[in-house]
Design a protein around this ligand. Structure first.
Ligand code: NAD
Length: 501
């Protein structure tokens, strides 16, 4: 049966108020069949969501810290209890395998757990006697209505990098998830309601650029958190800032994995396959470029090839599948185009995913198996562009110096990893690489919820990373108070309240 996904405003589904509200199709990536439609908000629907959030703000801001934490604990329990259901919702619209989708829910849940500690996280500072009988202190206060705009590739985890912290800090939220896989956001909104979150504290509007622009221009939106591709991140950053809003905008990536001659090549090959092809390469922390020391490159490639031959590609809900389809037909074709352009520009197509078997035959789904282009040079489009699909590019370098130089010359700076048995080399890499998140013998170094997630250079516009203490900082503003209290001394020098006895 075809589903219809609509907005969630003021604690209930909201079918839209515009006379001619647009809709978009939601595809099942494994079959290519249209599985349903989603409403696309315009300024009227966005206005209704912001208004609901604005109305809910004063009471939520004034809710006690323990009351807010109680709601967060209940939300955490509910998401945990429904994690399999959420994973299936994600898999059906995104295409990733269910176990991978469950992993994304678990990582999002860790941020909710972090936010349960909000009473501790919101402690301000206090200095007694900064002058005679004068004390000074600081109070972190919420901002008001905050907007969250998120990408298709983690429809539960990325929104959960943002809203548990924003809500715990006392803000109210309007989330605009990706229109390609919008259902998980609505299910999370239902779970918030079940957890006892007051109506209007968490709202969801679906849509495309028109909805996002309405949020960026709305007077009552105080801050914008964005995750998506670099061109859009740059646009969001500039537009939100021009409209006087606080903004953090995380962009795209080109993540390198440097394999030095003394690396454990079995571990490095495992890492390249799982980090390059997991979730069909549609991860902002996916490994995209394998930078191998010349002396081990051929050996590493053969080990990767052996693993890829065994990799099971198939529908996300088939338990045997290790990698699913890509999210849309256009994206699949764009990614496959890099195999052709790479060869045209002089690379070798060492592993061609177009011929990889698909469990169940694949039907009309958006399939592309794991691929590897070897002898890639930094000028080729397959290297300069973010591919965001199951395509690894292999580049060969003489040593650590050349590897560092290559990685640092790349405009992106999201994640990177070095594989080595040499602690001094690893330490130098960690120190000199110009990338925000670094793995040492760990291919996808996603920070834990109590650290903060974010890249450098063209992978982040703004100066705040997501969740952890940077998240709390982003969603609060500090008020500094200086207070003097004089003892009341009545005329005549008697004690307060004193008088004739
Ligand atoms: P996208 O930039 O196309 O879309 C992201 C969001 O912006 C969506 O909600 C979309 O509806 C909206 N949007 C799209 N075009 C817009 C426009 N012209 N104006 C305003 N809003 C617009 O990204 P995507 O394809 O959904 O996601 C994949 C991208 O996200 C990749 O580049 C990936 O690297 C990046 N990503 C980055 C991180 C990170 O942490 N840095 C994490 C996940 C994904």
């Amino acid at each position: 049966m075809s589903k219809h996904v609509t907005h969630w405003i003021g604690g209930k589904p909201f079918a839209g108020s515009s006379a001619e509200q647009r809709r978009a199709d939601i595809a099942d990536p494994a079959t290519g069949i249209v599985a349903g439609t989603v409403d696309l908000a315009g300024p009227a629907e966005v206005g209704a969501a912001v208004e609901a959030a604005r109305e809910a703000f004063p009471a939520w801001r004034d809710a006690s810290l323990s009351a807010r934490a109680s709601v967060l604990f209940r939300f955490r329990e509910l998401v945990d209890r429904h994690s399999d259901e959420l994973a299936r919702i994600i898999s059906a619209e995104h295409g990733k395998v269910v176990s991978d989708a469950a992993g994304e829910v678990a990582r999002g849940l860790e941020v909710a757990e972090f936010a349960c500690g909000i009473p501790h996280l919101l402690k301000g500072g206090f200095s007694e006697n900064v002058s005679a009988r004068v004390d000074a202190y600081s109070i972190p206060q919420p901002l008001g209505v905050v907007a969250a705009v998120t990408p298709f590739n983690f429809p539960a985890m990325v929104p959960m990098w943002m809203f548990p912290v924003a809500i715990a800090c006392g803000n109210t939220v309007v989330l605009k998830p990706s229109e390609k896989d919008p259902s998980a956001a609505v299910r999370l909104a239902e779970l918030w309601a079940e957890a006892g979150l007051p109506d209007g504290v968490f709202n969801v509007v679906h849509g495309d650029r028109s909805a996002v622009d309405a949020l960026l221009e709305h007077r009552d939106v105080k801050a914008v958190s964005f995750v998506g591709s670099t061109p859009i991140a740059r646009y969001i950053y500039a537009t939100a800032a021009a409209n006087g809003k606080r903004v953090q905008a995380l962009g795209g990536a080109k993540n390198h994995m440097l394999v030095l001659p003394d690396a454990d090549l079995e571990a490095a090959a495992d890492a390249a396959v799982s980090a390059g092809f997991g979730s069909a390469g549609e991860r902002c922390m996916a490994i995209s470029a394998v930078v191998a020391a010349e002396s081990v490159a051929d050996d590493l490639l053969e080990r990767i090839r052996r693993r890829v031959e065994r990799l099971r590609v198939g529908p996300g809900d088939d338990e045997r599948s290790e990698m699913g389809p890509l999210v849309t037909r256009e994206h699949r074709d764009r990614v496959a185009g890099y195999l052709e352009s790479g060869v045209r520009e002089g690379a070798t197509l060492a592993i061609d995913g177009r011929t990889h078997p698909v469990l169940g035959g694949g039907g009309g789904g958006f399939w592309l198996g794991p691929s590897l282009l070897d002898h890639v040079s930094p000028r080729m489009a397959c290297y300069t562009d973010e591919i965001f699909g199951p395509v690894l590019s292999m580049l060969r370098v003489p040593d650590l110096d050349a590897g560092l130089e290559l990685i640092n010359a790349n405009p992106y700076g999201n994640g990177t990893a070095v594989f080595t048995g040499d602690g001094a080399a690893a330490r130098r890499f960690q120190n000199e690489v110009e990338v925000g998140m670094v793995g040492i013998n760990v291919p996808i170094p996603v920070p834990m919820a109590y650290y903060s997630f974010g890249g450098w250079k063209d992978s982040l516009f703004g100066d705040s990373h997501m969740h952890g203490t940077e998240g709390v900082h982003f969603y609060t503003r500090t008020k500094a108070v200086t207070a003097r209290w004089r003892s009341a001394a009545p005329a005549g020098g008697g004690a307060v309240g004193g008088g004739a006895s």
